[in-house]
Design a protein around this ligand. Sequence first.
Ligand code: FES
Ligand code: FES
Length: 136
Amino acid sequence: MAYSEKLLDHYENPRNVGSFGKDDEGLGTGMVGAPACGDVMKLQIKVGKDGIIEDAKFKTYGCGSAIASSSLVTEWVKGKTVDQALQIKNTQIAEELALPPVKIHCSILAEDAIKAAVADYKSKHGENVETSACTG
Ligand code: FES
Ligand code: FES
């Protein structure tokens, strides 16, 4: 299977790996798993007082496509509001990384992780949102 250069770049040099300190302010943490393969992704956002995502970090226990997808979205969410971050679609991730069809669920995992992180942030900061439904 031929993987795209962007995918390999994010896989070999993942951006924003890690997690924030427990006491950092404005955090939202999403932890999601993919039923299809058992891979797990943890994604955190750090939101400033102005509602803009300042920083994001991830840890992914999964395949190369999941690592590349989460690396990519940690870059994409920075500078966005949490509601803008919710607009990120797995299809955009899959397109950017040129994911092959069997790897589409890896990009869904990244979209789910953002939604879960935003939901967590909102639940801790006084706004209720529906958590995303896993579509399998
Ligand atoms: Fe696979 Fe939700 S975790 S689609
Ligand atoms: Fe499951 Fe990639 S193979 S997340």
